[in-house]
Design a protein around this ligand. Structure first.
Ligand code: SF4
Length: 361
């Protein structure tokens, strides 16, 4: 097997042909494959970075119905955009979609550019998404290397380099690019690599080598232990954080506040919360410091939410207030569900707002 200059071997001859032929028999039906305009491919790829294909489909269909093109996305109100994205997480990606749509309207006549370098310069479009749009929508000879493709490739060439390293990803993209086709085959090949990783050369457990079109070329299969690839260095431990969530209730309404414009869950609505745990007395003190006259305090559910690098371990407290403090925005349970983008980190309490309000009244 030929080395590529890095320690990632080049793509075995015949692999792309085998994949294309397999894909023509095994491609799954997906809404974004029916009409692969650059707008739709872009949107679907950003959504698929958030969630599984089945989970993304209803979001995608709702999104393109509401915002069918770049122009509609560029002018959508932030609140509507956040509602369409709610549940997918990583809201900064939704904001980047809109920002990019505005740039496309201003500088590219409302279209994504058929140029991989120009695509990479747009907010929220990295190497992978640029490769997906370039190959699937424009037929350019560009691979799109996501986690699935990396895994399949590292098994195929039985490479022991750290799959988590950026230089490995770059080397795999470079190796694939050397024998990538143009035109319609480019888009089909990009999707074939992804599809094989999602359905055959699967991440957890044993890959389904017995039905794999690459079996005859595969180094990991020949070794007899495909599950030992790819090789990765252990991930850094996630930071655990204790938080107290204050569920302030007043006249059938619950207090919300807006998160800062930068950082984790930027600009979204939340139930007021602070770092660290508090006992009942400390909860009352906090409420006082917010200008609230407390009528009652009751411990509520605990909850845990895991982000990529941090984990929130949260304790909820229900606080019945005499008056609605101006420090917060107050909304009924129906308004919170319908009008405010409250992230899923708070779903434990968001899902039972009526009973929380009823409990204290
Ligand atoms: Fe993956 Fe097995 Fe196919 Fe190799 S033969 S690419 S390990 S499924």
């Amino acid at each position: 097997m030929v080395k590529t200059g890095s320690s990632v071997p080049s793509c075995p001859e015949g692999a792309h042909e085998a994949l294309l032929s397999w894909f023509s028999q095994n491609a799954r039906t997906m809404p974004w494959r029916e009409d692969p305009t650059s707008y739709r491919v872009w949107l679907s790829e950003i959504m698929l970075q958030q969630t599984r294909i089945e989970a993304a489909m209803p979001y995608y269909l709702r999104f393109v119905k509401e915002l069918p093109d770049v122009a509609a996305l560029a002018s959508v109100e932030d609140g509507v955009l956040m509602k369409l994205w709610q549940g997918l997480g990583y809201y900064s990606r939704a904001r980047n979609l809109k920002k990019t749509a505005q740039i496309l309207m201003q500088d590219f006549g409302g279209n994504l550019p058929a140029d991989v370098e120009a695509l990479r310069k747009l907010p929220g479009i990295g190497e992978y998404t640029a490769g997906a749009i370039a190959s699937i929508s424009f037929g350019l000879p560009e691979p799109a290397v996501d986690g699935n493709v990396l895994r399949v490739y590292m098994r195929l060439v039985a490479c022991t380099e750290d799959v988590m390293a950026q230089k490995t990803r770059r080397a795999v993209a470079e190796a694939l690019r050397r024998s990538y086709p143009s035109g319609e085959a480019a888009g089909r090949l990009t999707q074939a690599w992804m599809e094989l990783g999602e359905t055959v050369c699967v991440p957890n457990g044993t890959p389904k080598c017995e039905i794999c079109p690459l079996q005859g070329l595969c180094g990991a299969f020949r070794c007899g232990h495909p599950e030992r690839y790819p090789v990765r260095t252990p991930a850094k431990a996630r930071r655990a954080e204790e938080r107290t969530v204050f569920l302030l209730c007043c006249d059938g309404k619950i207090a919300l506040r807006r998160r800062p414009e930068n950082g984790l869950l930027a600009g979204l609505w939340e139930f007021p919360n602070e770092s660290g745990y508090r006992d009942e007395e400390a909860v009352r003190c906090w409420a006082l410091s917010q200008g609230i006259t407390v009528l009652d305090v009751v411990a509520a559910e605990k909850s845990r939410h895991i982000f990529s690098h941090i984990e929130w371990n949260m304790e909820g407290w229900l606080i019945r207030c005499a008056t609605c403090s101006e420090n917060f925005t107050w909304a009924t349970p129906a308004q919170i569900r319908g009008e405010y983008a409250v992230p899923s980190a708070f779903r434990t309490w968001k899902n039972r707002l009526e009973s929380l309000v009823g409990y204290l009244n």
